[in-house]
Every structure is written in C-alpha cells, then in structure tokens.
Design a protein around this ligand. Structure first.
Ligand SMILES: [Zn+2]
Length: 163
C-alpha cells in the first residue's frame, strides 16, 4: 500500500493506515527525499510502515553499494538531527498541480489538498500522522536490504528508536 495519500478538507479520499507509527512514517518522508537526492530516483513505489520494522521499495537502475547504503543511513540521521519542524499546509489542487505529481489524485477530488513539510528538506502530499519535530524520530537504522534484478526494485527495511 502506498502511504502518500491525499485529503480534501476532512474527507479522506484514499485508504490510510491510521495506526501507522508516527516516527517511522515521518522518517519515511525523509528517506524518500534522501533517495531522490542521492540516487535521482522517485519516492518509494511501495511502503509498509510499522513500529517494529518498516519496508520501503524503490525503483532504481542498479543495486546500491554497501557504501551508498551507509551514506543513505548517515544522511537520514543527519537530517533527523537538525530537529526540523514538521508542518502541514492546505493548498488548492490547481497550485498543487504545478508543484507535485498529481497522477494519484482521485477522480472528482475536491479543491484542497494537504502538503506535509519536513522543515525545508521535504514536502509532499500526505494525510498520514506525523511527529511535530524530527527530534522525535530518534535514530534511524537500516536493518537489511535486497535487490530484485528482474523488477529493478531495491527493498530496504528500517527501524527508528523514537516512541
Ligand atoms: Zn506523511
């Protein structure tokens, strides 16, 4: 299930796991932006977020090296350590169209969408639950990862120490 969903006012348009662990889900935003910056890829193609262990899949051209995986882990922890505020903003669909990939916007969605900002590091459309400051995420650790050569998909599993 993809966790990047859209909201219109208080009406939830896409299914979303409300029980999702906030520190892990907020960390997902940071990992997505860090993947974009380090690998020039898109945001995760699928996500499964839980307190104990979370999974993110990315479409990449090749499997990242161990050094790149370490660099990703360090970069995400560096962003968490900036203690960035996590804020939301409502904008019109028209404004959103210029700033975001709106392909997932459902047919007949009404005028307002919600943007979630992680400081000035990342912004995306999301209705999930987040921490208020990245300090609450704690330490980010990549537990394991593997590469699907046929699908060209890299799966990584992570955990955060935040409650
Ligand atoms: Zn979110």
């Amino acid at each position: 299930m993809n966790t990047e969903n859209l909201e219109s006012g208080n009406v939830v348009l896409n299914a979303h796991n409300k029980e999702e662990h906030r520190p892990s889900h907020t960390c997902e935003h940071i990992v997505n932006q860090t993947m974009i910056r380090l690998f020039g890829c898109g945001r995760s193609v699928s996500a499964h977020i839980e307190r104990k262990k979370s999974k993110l899949d990315y479409a990449l051209e090749r499997c990242p090296t161990e050094e790149e995986v370490r660099r990703l882990e360090e970069a995400v922890n560096e962003v968490i350590g900036r203690h960035l505020p996590v804020t939301t903003e409502f904008i019109t669909q028209e404004e959103a169209r210029d700033r975001f990939d709106m392909q997932r916007l459902p047919e007949g969605a009404s005028q307002t969408v919600r943007i979630v900002h992680v400081g000035d590091y990342d912004e995306c459309l999301c209705i999930g639950a987040h921490v208020e400051n990245t300090a609450e995420i704690g330490t980010f650790r990549i537990i394991s990862h593997d590469w699907d050569e046929e699908r060209k998909v890299w799966r990584m599993r992570f955990k955060v120490s935040g409650k």
